[in-house]
Design a protein around this ligand. Structure first.
Ligand code: INI
Length: 178
């Protein structure tokens, strides 16, 4: 038998006004990362963020993103962070170390701080693949990251406030008072 319980949805709204964002961007492969950055800022602006609500910090390469993100998180100034980078496979294993440590470091920073840190690091075999994901065929992952940052910031506020909706029973499932 189908359940009568109607669980309420708890979502983060896509409204950026009143929220503060920090964006950490890698200068390595800046041809790609600056396009991702522009699209992320565009998403925040379209959702209502003001210029004074968005800070942009640049680091040398993707490997440096986790430490900068961790330090930004520690300031307590932000509702969400976005980490932007682009790692392209070369002929050595360097790529694998940079990719795995960047992802691991950002996840650690996110879990340690409790602040949403959006992973906008492209890890591609070729420059063509990266270009496709930074504004051509595959859309722009920076824009997606901007939206994810807003959603996670709103959701985090909701969950932290404890004002989440409680599941309620529909008509037939309600207990009658005698
Ligand atoms: N950093 C990147 O962001 N992308 C790359 O493709 C890359 N490659 O290929 O080497 C890269 N290396 C630099 C690395 O992130 C650090 O900045 C460097 O090792 C200093 O710690």
């Amino acid at each position: 038998m189908a359940s009568k319980l109607q669980a309420e949805r708890i979502d983060g709204e896509l409204k950026a006004s009143g929220l503060r964002f920090g964006i950490v961007v890698s200068r390595f492969n800046s041809f790609i990362t600056e396009r991702l950055l522009a699209a992320a800022v565009d998403a925040l602006e379209r959702a209502g963020a003001g210029g004074e609500d968005v800070d942009v910090v640049r680091v040398p390469g993707a490997f440096e993103l986790p430490l900068a993100a961790k330090k930004l998180a520690a300031t307590g100034r932000y509702d969400a962070l976005i980490a932007i980078g682009c790692v392209l496979r070369g002929e050595t294993t360097h790529y694998d170390y940079v990719c795995s440590e960047t992802a691991r470091g950002l996840q650690l920073a996110q879990m340690d701080s409790g602040l949403p840190i959006i992973f906008c690091v492209l890890t591609c075999d070729t420059l063509e693949q990266a270009v496709d994901r930074a504004g051509l065929k595959g859309g722009n992952k920076g824009f997606e990251a901007g939206l994810a940052a807003i959603e996670m910031a709103q959701l985090s506020r909701k969950l932290a406030s404890g004002k989440t909706a409680k599941p309620k029973l529909s008509g037939a499932g309600k207990r009658r008072r005698k």
